[in-house]
Design a protein around this ligand. Sequence first.
Ligand code: AP5
Ligand code: MG
Length: 216
Amino acid sequence: MLSIILMGPPGAGKGTNAKRIASEYKIPHISTGDMFREAIKNKTPLGELASSYINQGLLVPDEVTIGLVKERLSKADCDKGFLLDGFPRNIAQAEALSKIGEEIKKPINYVINLVVDETILIDRISGRRVCKTCGAPYHIKTMKPSKEGICDLCGGELYQRKDDNEETLKSRLHEYHLQTEPLIEYYKSLNVLRDVNGSQDLDVLFNEIKEILKGE
Ligand code: AP5
Ligand code: MG
């Protein structure tokens, strides 16, 4: 069982690295942000509720998010492991996750924290483009697709996320410091947290992560 939480502030590279890890270890990549964006795209009631929070850079209420993750982790494709990206995002979600883990017998065994300087985060978010179809992230300067505006992986159209603007980013960073950062101490005290430098070259970073997961 390889169950990983990938943590970090907005723009730290959770989505980018999660895709590599999930594909290398053949485990599902579970991103609550992607799940909400999918619901928004499909205009479901969940999407309608989530969009009002996401567009303001605020967290979607815990009862909604926790229920969504519990349902997802209960599926059979998570039996051999999973990678959580963007969940948990506060202490209440972390405590709920630990309870869910006990209930469905899928405990977390690694928490990887991507550490990135705030000035870099702002640059990354403002230049990010995302595939409309598969969610793969690109960057207009540092991670260009081979063909402008088109996803290398699936040929989908690239777009800029609605919450990737200066004002919403301020509020996302504020929420991160207020609600999510305390999880670093929480997981440190449980002896499962591993910090990695999220501003280095992606291949170097991936080797570091593989070193942490060695033996899995
Ligand atoms: P979510 O979708 O999780 O957004 P986020 O946490 O703000 O993080 P991002 O997706 O913006 O960044 P990332 O770390 O994935 O970086 P990426 O790999 O794309 O959440 C969105 C919203 O949904 C929240 O604000 C909230 O409202 C709601 N939500 C989600 N989960 C929730 C929860 N649990 N509870 C309540 N609400 C929730 O990389 C960024 C850019 O940098 C890319 O362009 C990439 O190409 C580039 N890049 C990455 N790494 C490198 C590198 N090493 N070198 C060069 N470029 C790099
Ligand atoms: Mg992401």
